[in-house]
Design a binder for this molecule. Structure first.
Ligand code: UDP
Length: 244
């Protein structure tokens, strides 16, 4: 508890969105001690939120907002804030370890059935004490049904990998009925944990160029980045000029 009290949120703003300025370890500890929705924010999400007020409201009401990639880190730097990126996939894994160490339970929702199964098996062999109380693939039509199944198992940590913004909407609904749990949207992380998709080599991760590697490997991702990313940089530069 004392640790928790020491850790007040310190939000910095980018294009109207708050981003928490915790270090990686602080974010893990904060998420462990404070239930709620974690959003791993990136430029594509901000761009989607600018066109969808419901999504914008969900992001703004999240209990923890971490800068997922180089886009947000660089944007914040342009605005004069030094914040280190916290890749969602790494935060997700660290949370699994932290919650498991404390004897807490976990639910996973998302990805294709065979991907989810492989991810669960790999996680179990890596972390034998893992207590997974619920898992379901991400291809369902009846959200309410899955939500009531999750609630019945009352997990302490819920990992949702449905892609954005689907996962953020799902978590937002779920958190109203499961107010004491920590929940995070993890995009394509289960695919990586399943071994179905490789993460970019470390050098790309270090240089913040994971997005470039993924786009070259999977060219259909190109349209997600262009023109969103350059437009995002332009808007941030405009924000900086206007703030002077
Ligand atoms: N997915 C899902 N249900 C859906 C759509 C997507 O479970 O209706 C899963 C998909 O199988 C993948 C993840 O959501 O595991 C989305 O990955 P993507 O790389 O598109 O997400 P990003 O990290 O780019 O947000």
């Amino acid at each position: 508890m004392w640790y928790n009290r020491l850790m007040d949120r310190d939000l910095v703003k980018i294009l109207g969105y708050g981003v928490d300025s915790f270090t990686f370890d602080e974010a893990v500890e904060y998420a462990f001690s404070n239930p709620g929705q974690i959003v791993t924010i990136n430029p594509e999400m901000i761009s989607a939120a600018q066109k969808n007020q419901d999504f914008a409201d969900i992001i703004s009401s999240a209990e923890l907002i971490v800068p997922d990639g180089i886009g947000i880190e660089a944007g914040l730097k342009i605005l004069g804030h030094r914040v280190h990126r916290i890749p969602g996939i790494e935060l997700g894994k660290a949370l699994i370890q932290r919650f498991t160490k404390a004897g807490k339970s976990i639910a996973l929702v998302g990805a294709k059935p065979e991907v989810l199964e492989a991810a669960v098996n790999n996680l179990k062999s890596e972390i034998p004490e893992l207590n997974i109380v619920y898992s379901h693939d991400g291809y369902f039509n009846d959200d309410e049904n899955i939500i009531s199944q999750v609630i019945e198992t009352s997990p302490d940590l819920v990992l949702v990998a449905l892609g954005s913004p689907k996962q953020e909407f799902f978590i937002h609904t779920l958190k109203k009925q499961l107010p004491n749990s920590t929940m995070i949207g993890l995009g394509g992380s289960f695919d990586v944990w399943a071994g179905a998709v490789e993460r970019a080599p470390e050098i790309y991760q270090k240089l913040g160029l994971e997005w470039l590697y993924r786009t070259v490997k999977e060219p259909k991702r190109f349209k997600r980045i262009f023109p969103t990313l350059p437009l995002f940089v332009l808007k941030v530069c405009k924000e900086r000029i206007l703030s002077k």
